[in-house]
Design a protein around this ligand. Structure first.
Ligand SMILES: [Zn+2]
Length: 71
């Protein structure tokens, strides 16, 4: 029944799109910080503008991504 499979796939894609959208909303409307939540250093305004809702300075974000990348 190709129709059912198409429909199931469509629902699945919609769920993923919704989850992504919710995630994006959390990222962009987070409390927004002026200081890094890891080291407490000030986050440059340029970075906060480029990455609204970011909570870490570039150094800590890089470290985090490096750790994540090694998993
Ligand atoms: Zn930091």
């Amino acid at each position: 029944m190709p129709d059912d499979i198409d429909r199931a796939q469509g629902v699945n894609e919609q769920l993923q799109a919704d989850a992504l959208e919710a995630w994006r909303r959390r990222q962009s409307t987070g409390p927004g910080r002026t200081d890094c939540e890891d080291c407490g250093e000030a986050i440059p305004e340029a970075r906060r503008k480029a990455r609204p809702g970011c909570t870490r300075c570039i150094a800590c974000q890089r470290k985090l991504e490096w750790i994540e990348g090694r998993k």
